[in-house]
Design a protein around this ligand. Structure first.
Ligand code: ZN
Length: 208
């Protein structure tokens, strides 16, 4: 039911990942070589059947992200020749998810359900939290995530901006969003003063 990424999207994803992680991979491979030396000495055993596992670099389809068509280029995968069990070692997973999230919000078509779910989790919200922050019902969120409905344009834009500003802008309290509509409109009263390199704004009496 979920609409997979187009092959073009997937190719772009791969390019982004390769671009972001090439430098890192070079550092990582030096580290991993030395680590593998030690592992060779004690040989990694399969936890399921005890057979010695074989480790090498592979292009790994990262379905655990919940997104379709994400390939991690050249990550270390250990496979058991006995039972097929495998273990993948993914470095810097937080940065990986950030790179994916940034890539997803640049797409020029509406989000698929899987993408909404990925971005919502990236923001660290449950379905109910996400609904409150965007200003919709939890049922809407579940319809989006199940590909039964496309996000409305304002919701789509809000989500893109929330993801885009999550890291660099920490001062904007996203937590406030869910309370805004419960209040009456009230004109701001602000005192603005010129400072060394900037203007500083502060609430004047009368607003909280
Ligand atoms: Zn095994």
């Amino acid at each position: 039911m979920e609409e997979p990424l187009t092959p073009a999207d997937a190719r772009r994803l791969i390019r982004v990942i390769v671009g972001c992680y090439r430098l890192e991979a070079m550092n990582a491979s030096a580290r991993m070589r030395s680590r593998r030396h030690q592992e060779d000495a004690k040989t990694m055993k399969c936890q399921q059947c005890g057979t010695a596992m074989k480790t090498r670099r592979e292009n790994f389809s990262y379905t655990a992200s919940g997104l379709h068509g994400v390939t991690l280029v050249g990550v270390e995968v250990s496979r058991c020749p006995g039972c097929g069990e495998f273990e993948v070692s993914i470095p810097r997973i937080e940065q990986l998810h950030r790179a994916l999230a940034r890539f997803v919000i640049q797409k020029d078509t509406p989000f698929t359900g899987a993408e909404v779910r990925f971005l919502r989790k990236f923001l660290g919200w449950s379905g109910a939290d996400f609904a409150k922050h965007i200003g919709v019902t939890p049922e809407s969120v579940s319809r989006w995530e199940q590909d039964r409905e496309i996000m409305s344009p304002p919701a789509d834009r809000a989500l893109r901006l929330m993801v885009a500003t999550r890291e660099p802008v920490t001062e904007y309290p996203l937590g406030k969003l869910k309370d805004i509509l419960r209040r009456k409109p009230k004109a701001v009263r602000v005192r603005v003063r010129v400072a060394a390199h900037d203007w500083k704004a502060e609430a004047a009496g009368g607003t909280k």
